[in-house]
Design a binder for this molecule. Sequence first.
Ligand SMILES: [Fe+2]
Length: 462
Amino acid sequence: MAALRVLLVDDDPDDRDLVARCLRPDFGEMEITHAHNTATYDAAVSGEPFNIVITDFHLGWSDGLAVLRTVKARWADCPVIMFTGTGNEEIAVEAIKAGLDDYIVKAPRHFSRLSVAVRSILARSRERRELNDAEARIHELFNGVPVGLYRLSPRGDILDANPYLLSLMGISDPNEVHTLNFGDFFVDGLYYAEWLRRLDEQRVVSRFRAQWRRRDGITVWVECGAHVVAERGKIAHYEGSVEDVTDRVRAELEAERSFYQMRRAVDGTVQAISSLSEWRDAYTAGHQQRVAQLAVQIAERMSIDTVQRETVRIAAQLHDIGKVAVPLDILSKPNRLNEYEYGLVRLHPQVGHDILQHINLPWPVAKVVLQHHCRLDGTGYPTGFRGDAISMEARILTVADVVEAMSSHRPYRAALGVDAALREITEHIGSRFDGDVVKVCREIFAEGFVFDDPISLHSLTQ
Ligand SMILES: [Fe+2]
């Protein structure tokens, strides 16, 4: 710790010794500068600052009041003690008014007070300095932070606004802000009313997004945070922050627009591919669309995320696309297929997967198509998938596919009907089909679900 720097202003060498003797026991690390005439005094007050100044009142070349004023003018925070035997009450009062920190009568019974006074004044001075530093830092932060900060009256009148907020509001004259209300900036007054309502109810509002109109007419997007400052149970004022999020909002709107554009493009492409495969095969016309219709409803009731739901929707519309590799006469054969023909049909999930994996879709559609004839016990095709290796999306698609296929007419058999289909999937819960998916599927039919009419582009051209 640096030594205590004391300036001792007294023309009497005995008195200066007396002060040094009084302080030395308590402040061992002390550096005393003696000012006993004009030259030594002037040199001292033109040099480095002191931690404390102790001055007599009567000086050969000046007096304690002049010393006090000079020191305070030079170092406003430097404490000054007057230690004198020649002052009086009026002098003490005048000195206190001029900023004197303590007045001690130079008499033996007060000597012990000197050290106590120095200690307490130094402590006070340190506290004041720390407080000033903290205030300066807060002030600097308020003025320099790149976020709008404000204080409002309970009626919304602006009491304080930092420079960033003034610039965000399009205000160049800082005094103008005190004539304005926070609500003046909201493009839509309903948003301001909603913000106030939430603040009133919740006491804290964060990231409330609204559009603002600046004083220069330019509109910007902002996010307002606020909290209530209460005193004695009543709202004293609101404090908070405002952030300009115009660029962020524009980017979000652009991303949203791109997303919907992409989604429309994907939907159109999926629809086109799905229709193409159905043009080839009149008997499965509309099959994929109707499987999608049921699969989407099942997916909506399952505990899966939106990416999985979207995967189910797309995969269901394309799941039989691999049948393009199966000769048409096999697909439309009115009799049972022989082993060779059935072997060809069994390839379609793999072919579908191989076609779709080259399309860079943001969903794992190809993998779900690959697994749509897999069964939990491993008896489906292609082989190699069983139990947990079969995704939830594929389990949903499988159930919807079986139910739709059994409910509809096929070249080699008449429609078996929905009841038979539901019995089939229920019988094979756990062995072939996922129990949760079957349960949800049955609920959907129990609530009156019916497949759309099996009309396809192909049948429309007949
Ligand atoms: Fe299939």
